[in-house]
Design a protein around this ligand. Structure first.
Ligand SMILES: Cc1cc2nc3c(=O)[nH]c(=O)nc-3n(C[C@H](O)[C@H](O)[C@H](O)COP(=O)(O)OP(=O)(O)OC[C@H]3O[C@@H](n4cnc5c(N)ncnc54)[C@H](O)[C@@H]3O)c2cc1C
Length: 407
């Protein structure tokens, strides 16, 4: 065992070739853990480089232990945002409650981490880039499992055969679609849409989050540091996904502007800034729920298999834990079918508990009625005077095994 609790033995895995599709959080973490016992790992990413940007994300509970075992905890501590407060505002922009972000999300002061998504991706990439082959600007076109391995044709025209393929290509996973079928079967729509973008810090916020609400609508501004830029979120209730706008940024901007017309506080400025933003990310809030996460020699990890939605704040933690557990199962079992079954048995209860947190997130960020909003505000005011919240049990509901050598 290495000091990380990891075996680097493994005669069988030494010969395994694994293709990971997606260089996001779950893909980079999978690459790291699969390489450690000796797999030859190739990562294919459709973007030209590890993708930057995105709202700050949380690493909590069991996932903190994964990053500690990867040796990147000190880097993440350096990158930790350490927001000072989260202030909730009513429809007229008056303060309802101002409290520690940990009190709202159930985090643990001094243990949980909040980092820019791009910082985490860069730290993970730096950890694996010398050990793993990367194919940027390419993606899988076809997967054929009829032979002894998985025959892969890439968009670029390359052809390769791998022992195993790991689909780590996010909520709208193409690997999932080609192996398991269309997304509609597995996507559970939560009834909300959201738009994320960056905008100038004209309100002059510093290391804090401001959340404005009216029934069924939320606007949030997130100052990550003392920098000139803010992360903006506009979210709203929409029981049926607006399929017609999902492929058109122009239509997305129009829909958001219509929904937030006449809103108070900084919202008109946010809507204007969205019009100029070159990094608008619009989607429906949803979860991926699948009866199985593997088929033959292909397994899914992270959002591709079990996206919990941003309303839980647990997408990144599930991705990190899932990557560790998948690689551990493959290092433990010679037979990939047994390994995939062990991965699933080990992670599924943890995923279920964390996906169930979505109700708490929606009730806090997006109460649908005036009554629900009033109740939320009363709860928030009581949190100001109560002792600091404790961690959500779901965040730490999985105890990581030591990384096991091949038997
Ligand atoms: C640019 C970006 C911004 C994000 N911003 C937020 C945010 O603000 N808040 C939040 O809660 N979550 C955000 N997320 C999602 C969050 O990162 C995930 O929920 C979580 O980290 C789980 O990660 P994942 O690796 O499973 O999926 P993702 O982080 O989505 O990564 C998937 C990766 O696969 C790549 N990919 C997709 N399709 C293909 C394909 N066909 N072939 C090859 N590669 C492919 C993508 O480019 C991406 O790099 C963002 C994701 C991305 C990619």
């Amino acid at each position: 065992m290495t000091p990380t609790g990891l075996s680097t033995g493994g005669s069988t895995t030494a010969k395994r070739t694994v293709l990971v599709s997606g260089a996001g959080i779950s893909g980079l973490a999978s690459a790291y853990w699969l390489h450690r016992p000796g797999c030859a790992v190739t990562v294919v990413e459709k973007a030209g480089a590890p993708r930057d940007g995105g709202y700050p994300i949380d690493v909590r509970g069991t996932a903190t232990e994964v990053v500690r075992r990867m040796g990147i905890l000190p880097h993440l501590r350096d990158a930790h945002i350490d927001s000072r407060r989260c202030t909730f505002l009513d429809a007229d922009g008056r303060e309802v409650a101002s409290l520690s972000p940990r009190a709202v999300a159930g985090g643990v002061e001094g243990q949980d981490l909040e980092v820019r998504r791009g910082d985490l991706a860069a730290i993970l990439y730096a950890r694996v880039r010398d050990d793993v082959a990367f194919l940027f600007g390419d993606s899988v076109d076809t997967l054929d499992q009829s032979g002894q391995g998985v025959d892969v044709t890439f968009r670029s025209g390359r052809r390769r055969t791998f022992d195993l393929v790991v689909g780590a290509d996010g909520t709208h996973s193409r690997t999932r679609e080609s192996v398991f079928g269309p997304e509609e079967q597995f996507h559970r729509c939560l009834g909300y849409c959201f738009a994320l973008f960056t905008m100038p810090n004209t309100p002059g916020l510093s290391r804090e989050v401001m959340v404005w609400n009216a029934p069924g609508r939320a606007a949030a501004l997130y100052a990550v540091g003392d920098k000139d830029e803010l992360h903006a979120l506009l979210a709203f209730h929409r029981p049926q996904p607006p399929v017609e706008v999902l492929r058109s940024p122009g239509a997305q901007r129009e829909l958001v502007a219509t929904v937030f017309a006449g809103a108070g506080w900084e919202v008109p400025g946010m809507v204007d800034a969205m019009g100029d933003a070159d990094d608008l990310f619009f989607d429906t809030a949803g979860q991926i729920r699948m009866p199985r996460w593997s088929s033959g020699r292909v397994a899914l990890v992270g959002d591709a298999a079990y996206a919990p939605s941003f309303l839980t704040g647990q997408g990144t933690s599930l991705a990190l834990v899932g990557a560790y557990m998948l690689a551990d199962a493959l290092a433990t079992h010679r037979d990939h079918t047994a390994a995939f079954a062990a991965y699933e048995n080990g992670v599924r209860p943890f995923v279920a508990l964390n996906q169930a947190l979505v109700g708490d997130g929606a009730a806090t960020l997006l109460p649908l009625t005036a009554r629900a909003l009033e109740q939320r505000d009363t709860r928030l005011r009581s949190l100001v005077t109560l002792p600091a919240a404790t961690a959500r049990p779901a965040h730490s509901a999985l105890v990581l095994p030591d990384f096991t050598p091949v038997r």
